[in-house]
Ligand binder design. Structure first.
Ligand SMILES: [Zn+2]
Length: 321
């Protein structure tokens, strides 16, 4: 794999996040009120330029991978809280995926530890804790792996948020792969940029990649993980500074795992951003996230796009469903 070892910076760092500033809270309240009145209109000029690029061919892959969604139970969250006036997208879950490559088995987005409340949620900002606390029925990542009979060789997180990393707390010794720009962001400062992340990444081998490869479809930068076109990381900066998508070539065609750039597939089809309230709290750069959503919307229809929390869409790769 095309990766570099990185000295682990997380062991000595505080995992607790800084509080939201009054300015952030005012901005959040204003954006929240605005998004109830009118959803943001798509940027037609950006869509035009992306449509041009989306016609470019995908480089041929010399090998394919198999995608598997691990068992998880959905919860219902009111759409009006999550998105700008977009009903019908309220079944979410804390999902993890497995990519079976001939050389290695990858666990994508280890989402939930056994003690999610004590180990991860308690380290989030108090305002977020109330919204994201997982229900008791949530399946911890380690138990989902056992149930599926999967033993991963590596974990790969689309980004360094608690629900994409903290399942690692029950998987000691499993090496973690992340984008170098995301690692730099997650390790910056005495206090964490977000909660519930650093302890999950501490005390393990860290492997990083750079997005040093060429533009691909609607994305500016890429990185071919195995050098065979089967697993290509693409740039989705916005939700966090180093968010990536994982573009897989499967026997049935290309599938793109997009982390949290969208929470639900309807957001991509209808081009609806998160509600102002939650968008301001969870997106590091809301403008850039909006542009990244356009990149997903403009993709050719033969690419199946899977947000990390869209329970229905991911179920296509969940055995037995
Ligand atoms: Zn996230």
């Amino acid at each position: 794999m095309e990766l570099r070892n990185r000295p682990n910076p997380f062991a000595g760092l505080d995992s607790l996040p800084a509080d939201y500033t009054p300015r952030q809270l005012v901005r959040t309240a204003v954006a929240g009120a605005r998004s109830y009145v009118a959803p943001r209109r798509p940027d037609q000029r950006l869509l035009g330029s992306l449509a041009e690029r989306a016609r470019g061919p995908l480089p041929p892959a010399t090998r394919t991978v198999r995608l598997q969604t691990l068992p998880q139970r959905p919860r219902s969250v009111p759409s009006r809280l999550l998105y700008e006036r977009m009903p019908g997208a309220d079944r979410l879950s804390l999902q993890s995926f497995v990519v079976h490559h001939p050389e290695a088995t990858l666990l994508i987005d280890p989402a939930v530890p056994r003690d999610a409340q004590g180990q991860a949620v308690a380290e989030l900002q108090p305002l977020l804790q109330r919204i994201v606390r997982p229900p008791a029925t949530t399946i911890p990542t380690v138990e989902a792996l056992d149930a599926a009979g999967v033993r991963p060789d590596f974990a790969l997180s689309t980004h360094a948020h608690w629900d994409h990393v903290s399942g690692l707390l029950d998987l000691p010794g499993l090496p973690a792969i992340l984008h170098d720009e995301e690692l730099a962001w997650a390790a910056a400062g005495e206090q964490a940029p977000v909660g519930g992340v650093r302890r999950g990444l501490a005390d393990r081998e860290l492997l990083e990649f750079s997005l040093d490869g060429p533009p691909l479809l609607t994305f500016e930068r890429s990185h071919d993980l195995f050098g065979d076109g089967s697993v290509v990381l693409v740039d989705l900066a916005g939700h966090t500074p180093g968010s990536v998508g994982v573009l897989l070539t499967t026997e049935d065609g290309p599938v793109l795992l997009v982390g949290d750039t969208a929470w639900h597939g309807l957001q991509i089809e209808q081009l609806r951003q998160r509600s102002g309230f939650l968008g301001c709290l969870v997106d590091v750069d809301r403008e850039q996230t909006w542009r990244a959503l356009h990149r997903l919307h403009a993709l050719p229809s033969f690419v199946k796009v899977v947000p990390a929390h869209d329970h229905e869409r991911a179920s296509e790769w969940r055995p037995g469903e």
